[in-house]
Ligand binder design. Structure first.
Ligand code: ASP
Length: 315
């Protein structure tokens, strides 16, 4: 098996063969999830704890569903009601949970690097479900699976990531993954929403949608991450939509068969026109949600295999 990770903390640590192994397994889990009996027992006997210190709809639901479809015992910690509110540190919470003998810990946290730190303190496999503006590896993997299934390949594609790049962990993980798989990635957004030194990533940068979308195969839209903005990054949402919102006119510059993606949650009329988001001939937004469950099943299956092998060696 070509997957040697103990945790899934980011795309940075994955080799291209590991990404392919995970996506191939995820393809099988798409078939399982479309079948009558959406269940296997590969995680039977294992305990999965989901800890979300930041709001989530899709990611939390799909990690829970993924664990249940694989037969794990799944527990969702209600972090709003937890001892964190009483002043307990992240590390103390981690040590408390560790004592309950989980096998898989799924963590989302508003601080970049918090999940890596936590992974050093526990004995189980840790999956990063998004840490600050750092990484969101399962999002990039589900995007990769969506692209591979829609385009028939995951290399030598022209891919535009558009909008609030500076605050987006989705953009960062995608940038790393798509680069590793040898695609040409362009970033399009207002200069205020592009991180400093981004050219070093070997990407093309545009501040004009018409120019940037020319001949792209994939258009990936991002939400304005207002919760991470401290100050005015755009003149107004109306002005932003006018210049960077994906509408029919701007999309016409992409290839005729270009697909439109968005990780959600989506702000219609801010970064994307609602009719494009709903156009099943162009938009793969619902496919992304479906692939999310399959990719998370594959990630937990592979990490659990490695965990079992490590335990067997230690015994
Ligand atoms: N759901 C994604 C994330 O957690 C994207 C977003 O929130 O805009 O990063």
């Amino acid at each position: 098996m070509t997957f040697h990770q103990t945790h899934l903390l980011g795309i940075e640590a994955l080799r291209p063969e590991e990404i392919t192994t995970l996506l191939d397994l995820a393809d099988r889990y798409v078939d399982l999830s479309r079948g009558e009996t959406k269940h296997t027992d590969v995680l039977a006997g294992l305990t999965q704890i989901n800890m979300f210190f930041e709001n989530s709809t899709r990611t939390q639901a799909s990690f829970e569903l993924a664990g249940k479809r694989l037969g794990a015992d799944v527990m969702n910690m209600a972090m709003q009601a937890s001892s964190i509110k009483k002043g307990e540190t992240l590390i103390d919470t981690a040590l408390t949970l560790n004592a309950m003998q989980p096998d898989l810990l799924v963590v989302r946290h508003p601080n970049s690097g918090a999940v890596d730190l936590l992974a050093q303190k526990v004995h189980c496999a840790v999956l990063n479900a998004g840490d600050g503006r750092h990484e969101h590896p399962t999002q990039a993997l589900l995007d990769a699976l969506t692209i591979r299934r829609a385009k028939g390949r995951l290399h030598r594609l022209n891919i535009a990531i558009c909008g609030d790049i500076a605050h987006s962990r989705v953009a960062r993980s995608n940038l790393i993954l798509l680069g590793k798989m040898e695609n040409r990635v362009r970033l399009i957004g207002p200069p205020t929403l592009l991180p400093a030194g981004i050219q070093e990533f070997g990407v093309e940068v545009y501040d004009d949608m018409t120019e940037g979308l020319k001949d792209v195969d994939v258009v990936m839209m991002l939400r304005l991450q207002k919760e991470r903005m401290d100050g005015g990054f755009i003149p107004s949402e109306r002005e932003y939509y006018h210049r960077y919102g994906l509408d029919e006119a701007k999309l016409s510059h992409a290839k005729d068969d270009a697909i439109v993606m968005h990780p959600g949650p989506m702000n219609r009329g801010v970064e994307i026109d609602g009719t494009i988001a709903d156009d099943i001939n162009r938009s793969v937004i619902q496919d992304q949600v479906e692939m999310g469950v399959a990719v998370r099943m594959a990630a937990m299956d592979l990490l659990a295999q490695n965990l079992r092998a490590r335990r067997a060696n230690a015994a």
